[in-house]
Design a protein around this ligand. Structure first.
Ligand SMILES: CC(C)=CCC[C@@H](C)[C@H]1CC[C@H]2C3=C(CC[C@]12C)[C@@]1(C)CC[C@H](O)C[C@@H]1CC3
Length: 374
């Protein structure tokens, strides 16, 4: 089956799972309470569905299977992970560089401002955010630049939460959210002045496919900027340890197929873009590495608040969270499968840190690309 071609049964099953599982929990602003308000049986089914994608071995054939099912894989993943992300990290579902003494929230916002600056977003522009999560970057960039952002996302639960936050923050006239598949973007060609994607297009079954869609909806002369998740040039596909890290990241982060950096660069060019700039920002000699909160490196902590936030993200903090969730599951206060999901995310985090430390993986391969004027 061609990437982007979806099985109707997957779409229907996803829609009924979402309705049954989330109920009205998207309206609850506190993510931890949202997590407790899921339907237990539906949550268990979605957890099992997600884990089923990983029953096959670490082969390219198995990846082809996951690529064909990317939509249910990614939707299952975010149906399970969204509340945990918000609770344990922030409403910005991405990594960032850190300046010395900078808090996580400051650094996340700065990373978003940097991309907006690199693609030259100006006041009043119409901008597309591809894979917008619960919309924190869209709200930040709209506020920072005065542009109007449309967030595209295929996860209904995230869309509902994104709309709720925009309304609450009085930004509903500046940002809007549309449910849709980034492999088949449902906007006319030449619709947007600029497009950005922050750590989202890695979920696509084909980078060229998603970049082609972005190219189509971007106005001639417009700029696309992306922070891509890729394996770096140091990654050796014949090395079993490297392959295990790649698979661990894919499984822990809802990714059907993560590709090497060179492939991403070829894909954006093949999609019709002229690449103006490309750089792995993780390769800069920063004093504080991007993975420090997950690695629990206490040398970089500057305040009590930093300590409290980072403690929760370390292996010990993650195990403590898993234990709490298991206890809540036992007394039926948390839906079945919550602790298992937290465990999967935690294993993924260990692989992200291992990949980051070894320089095999980057979540911030920056590409700035233009659509020609003609
Ligand atoms: C999946 C993609 C493409 C991007 C998301 C990047 C990050 C925001 C996440 C990657 C690993 C995540 C983990 C958590 C929060 C969000 C991430 C950092 C937790 C800390 C959430 C709380 C859980 O108990 C443990 C998670 C570990 C992984």
């Amino acid at each position: 089956m061609a990437p982007g071609a979806l099985l109707q049964e997957d779409i229907d099953r996803d829609a009924s799972f979402v309705k049954a599982m989330h109920g009205n929990s998207a309206e609850q602003r506190n993510a931890f309470i949202s997590m407790l308000k899921k339907d237990g049986q539906a949550h268990r089914m979605v957890t099992d569905e997600y884990l089923k994608h990983w029953e096959t071995e670490n082969t390219e054939e198995a990846r082809e299977g996951r690529k064909a099912k990317y939509m249910s894989l990614v939707n299952n993943y975010y149906d399970l992970a969204t509340d945990l992300y918000e609770e344990g990290w922030a409403q910005s579902f991405h990594f960032c560089r850190f300046a010395v003494g900078e808090s996580l929230l400051q650094a996340l916002a700065r990373h978003e401002h940097y991309l907006a600056y690199r693609i030259n977003i100006q006041e009043g522009m119409k901008v597309l955010d591809v894979g917008c999560g619960v919309g924190r970057p869209a709200r930040e960039i709209a506020t920072f630049t005065g542009c109007n952002v449309v967030g595209l996302n295929n996860n209904s639960y995230q869309i509902e939460r994104a709309r709720g936050y925009a309304k609450k923050e009085g930004l509903a006239d500046k940002v809007s959210f549309v449910k849709g598949d980034f492999m088949n973007i449902d906007f006319p060609e030449n619709s947007f002045d600029a497009v950005y994607a922050i750590e989202a297009t890695v979920h696509a079954p084909s980078l060229q496919g998603v970049y082609e869609q972005i190219h189509r909806v971007l106005k001639p002369g417009g700029t696309f900027g992306v922070f891509e998740w890729v394996m770096t040039d140091k990654y050796d596909d014949t090395n079993p340890e490297h392959r295990a890290i790649r698979l661990g990241i894919e499984r822990g982060d809802g990714i059907a197929n993560m590709t090497p950096r060179k492939h991403a660069l070829q894909a954006i060019k093949a999609a019709g873009f002229t690449v103006e700039y490309e750089e792995d920002l993780a390769a800069r000699p920063d004093p504080v590495p991007w993975y420090y909160p997950l690695a629990g490196d206490f040398r970089h902590i500057r305040s009590l608040w930093d300590l409290l936030s980072v403690l929760r993200l370390t292996t010990v903090g993650r195990v403590a969270m898993g234990t709490l969730l298991k206890a809540l599951e036992t007394v039926r206060m948390a839906p079945a499968g919550t602790a298992e999901t937290a465990h999967e995310l935690s294993l993924g985090a260990d692989n992200l840190v291992a990949g980051g430390k070894a320089g095999l993986f980057t979540p911030m391969y920056l590409m700035i690309a233009k659509k020609s004027k003609a």
